[in-house]
Structures are given as structure tokens and as C-alpha cells.
Design a protein around this ligand. Structure first.
Ligand code: CP
Ligand code: NVA
Length: 312
């Protein structure tokens, strides 16, 4: 069976830790692994805009000795005339892996079901698992251990970032708190999955509507845009609804004294976070952005090794 990475819990807790350990090594020795030398090609497909994901995959694939092929769906057949499954059947004859940023999680599932090469979710409406590998790597660098830490995510609890925190944080043994208006709570099935993972790792998932209660004593405070890609039509309602979840200095003061602030970027200063917090001493956003490179390289090395093992 080909291993894919469509959502955070496609990895076991041990596999997640193994990939983070590998990311630390690849960050120290940037060209230590060259599984794509030859070079092999990895297709990286975008239905939505991107800066970090595009650059970190392109550079990372090149670091691994491979050749990135960046495709915009706007000028390909995918999303128009051709299904994800048919696209994957063609690509697998030519590339070693497929990375895809898209809207529906079901499209990724359809693509993965139809191909023998690994498919990686580079952000969907439901999850952003590559970002979470980078976030966990960054938290580990700043805090040492992940297990037992409390992370508070504020804002759109139904967003890809919040839902990935539910799964990946619980998998890492963290106590995940999501603070959002009830209308924007994470999907109940995702919460149940996160809580089940937490029961086996010593972590937990708790939903809040009160931002202050969620942040109290937290080791990590996270937010994200209130208007994710594809939700632009709802901007006025979202801005009117999320005001009490804005991360400002008063809210940060309720967290642990050595708490760090994170944001996957791009950020809307003055909306989900004030400039003094995101640009202040507790913010680790630039380490977080850089770690996309190292975490995704580790993921690709690991996935390709799994699938080479399965084929042998
Ligand atoms: N954080 C993130 O995924 O950024 P991009 O949208 O720029 O890729
Ligand atoms: N939640 C945001 C993340 C951007 C990287 C979005 O989906 O637009």
C-alpha cells in the first residue's frame, strides 16, 4: 500500500517523531539526503495561491537532488476537463511524488486512491499537515519537548490550521485548546479523532468559546487569518464575529511567561493579531516559516523510503 500524507493522523505518533528527528538532521546537514538524485521529478500542484509552500517545496526537492515541477491548475486540465484520479494516473508514469494544494479534501483522497506514488496535502480546506510538521519542529526547537505542552489556537476553529492542530498536536502528546465562536468550531469528527489520539499519547483536545480561558497558562499561542482562501465572500461576517479572538498583548499576558506566538502566515496585522505581538519578542514566525523547508524535506525522504520499502 502506498503511503500518503493527506491529513496529520496519516502518521502514527512514532512516525511523526521520526520525521521531526529527520528534519532536525536535515536542517543541520542540508544536503545529507539525496533520494531524488538522478534527478527524479516531484509535481507540486496549486489550485490556490502560495508563497511559502511553493518556495519550500521547490527548494527542498532541489536540495534532495530532484527536480520540482510547479503546476498551476489554472493552466492545466486538472479541475477543468480531467479528474484527480486520471491526472494522477498520468503523473505517476513520470514523477516520484505528487504534492497538491487544493480545496476539497475529497479531491486529495480521490487522487491518492488512484495512484502508486505518494500524494502530499499542501493545504486543503480541512487540513494543513505540512505546516503542522513545521510548527511542531519549531516548537520543539524553542521548548525542547512537545508532549505535555499546552497550545491555544484562537479564531477560526473550522479552518485547516485549527483542525490540523487538533490532530497533529494530540498525536504529539500536547494539550490542544481551540477557542472559536460556536459557529466556527472544528468539525466534530475531527475533534473526536483528536481526542482519541490524545487518549493514547497523553495529550488532549478541548474546545473553548472564551479566548481568555483558552490562553490562560498556555505555552504556545497560535492564530491564523480569519478569512481563509475560498472564504473571501464571508469576510464581513467573519471580521464582525472574530473580534474577541484577536491576539493582542493583553491576551498574551495571560499565557505562560515564556509563551511563544506562532502564525503560519500570511498575516493580517490588526485583525487576528496585533503588530506588537506578531513582530514582538515572543513571536517565532520566521523560524516557523523556515522550518517548512526542513520539515517537508524530511517528510519526502521518509515517504519515498516507505514506498521504496513497500515496492521491494
Ligand atoms: N503558510 C503557508 O502555507 O503559506 P503560503 O500560503 O504562502 O504557502
Ligand atoms: N487558513 C489559511 C492558511 C494559509 C496558509 C488559508 O487556508 O487561507
Amino acid at each position: 500500500m502506498t503511503r500518503h500524507f493527506l491529513r496529520d493522523d496519516d502518521l502514527t505518533a512514532a512516525e511523526q517523531a521520526e520525521i521531526l528527528d529527520l528534519a532536525v538532521r536535515l536542517k543541520q546537514e542540508r544536503w545529507a539526503a539525496q533520494p531524488l538524485a538522478g534527478p527524479q521529478t516531484v509535481a507540486v500542484i496549486f489550485d490556490k495561491s502560495s508563497t511559502r509552500t511553493r518556495v519550500s517545496f521547490a527548494v527542498g526537492i532541489a536540495d534532495l537532488g530532484g527536480s520540482p515541477l510547479i503546476i498551476s491548475t489554472a493552466n492545466s486540465q486538472l479541475g477543468g476537463k480531467e479528474t484527480p484520479a486520471d491526472t494522477a494516473r498520468v503523473l505517476e508514469r513520470m514523477v516520484s511524488a505528487i504534492v497538491w494544494r487544493t480545496y476539497a479534501q475529497s479531491g486529495l483522497e480521490e487522487m491518492a486512491a488512484g495512484t502508486t506514488v505518494p500524494v502530499v496535502n499542501a493545504l486543503s480546506d480541512d487540513f494543513h499537515p505540512c505546516q503542522l510538521l513545521a510548527d511542531l519542529l519549531t516548537i520543539r526547537e524553542h521548548k525542547g519537548e512537545l508532549a505535555g505542552l499546552t497550545v491555544a489556537f484562537l479564531g477560526d476553529g473550522a479552518s485547516n490550521m485549527a483542525q490540523s492542530y487538533v490532530l497533529a498536536g494530540a498525536l504529539a502528546g500536547m494539550h490542544v485548546r481551540i477557542a472559536s465562536p460556536e459557529e466556527f468550531a472544528p468539525d466534530a469528527a475531527v475533534v473526536a479523532d483528536g481526542q482519541a489520539l490524545g487518549a493514547s499519547t497523553g495529550g488532549s483536545v478541548t474546545l473553548f468559546t472564551d479566548a481568555q480561558a483558552a490562553v490562560a497558562g498556555a505555552d504556545v499561542v497560535v492564530t491564523d487569518t480569519w478569512v481563509s482562501m475560498g472564504k473571501e465572500d464571508e469576510k464581513a461576517h467573519r471580521v464582525a464575529t472574530f473580534g474577541s479572538y484577536r491576539v493582542d498583548a493583553a491576551l498574551m499576558a495571560l499565557a505562560a511567561p515564556d509563551a511563544v506566538f506562532m502564525h503560519c502566515l500570511p498575516a493580517d496585522r490588526g485583525y487576528e493579531v496585533t503588530a506588537d505581538v506578531i513582530d514582538g519578542a515572543q513571536s517565532i514566525i520566521w523560524d516557523e516559516a523556515e522550518n517548512r523547508l526542513h520539515a517537508q524535506k524530511a517528510l519526502l525522504v521518509w515517504l519515498l523510503a516507505q514506498n521504496a520499502g513497500a515496492a521491494a
